[in-house]
Design a protein around this ligand. Structure first.
Ligand code: TYC
Length: 103
């Protein structure tokens, strides 16, 4: 402020809370051709599951048709899907993986 000025500085207090980001679950889909061992390794490498957990998820997909690998923000979920599809393609497997918003 200039000396002698009567102007007041008004700082509005704004609500700085932001809503939590929308979360996406990455889902593996079953098929008849991708080897079980390949799926277990994908779950270990890209979703940081230990071997036992990875095996449980793989078997859930095998039996029920689909299974959740993890829940992430949109960009991370999209990247995981791309990594899985790229690895599957490179190995010649038809493994499918999708990201879907939760809630
Ligand atoms: N159904 C496959 C088989 O019998 C195994 C499999 C599990 C494939 C999970 C895909 O996402 C999957 N070899």
């Amino acid at each position: 402020l200039l000396p002698g000025s009567d102007a007041a500085v008004v700082v509005e207090r704004r609500d700085q809370r932001v809503p939590p980001p929308r979360m996406y679950q990455v889902v593996l889909l079953n098929d008849d051709f991708t080897p079980m061992e390949f799926v277990v390794r994908v779950l270990q490498e890209f979703f940081h599951k230990d071997r036992e957990t990875a095996t449980q998820i793989m078997l859930r997909v095998h039996v029920h048709g689909r299974g959740v690998c993890g829940v992430y923000t949109r960009d991370v979920a999209t990247t995981k899907v791309e990594q899985v599809l790229q690895a599957a393609r490179a190995a010649g497997h038809p493994l499918q993986c999708i990201a879907e918003p939760i809630e």
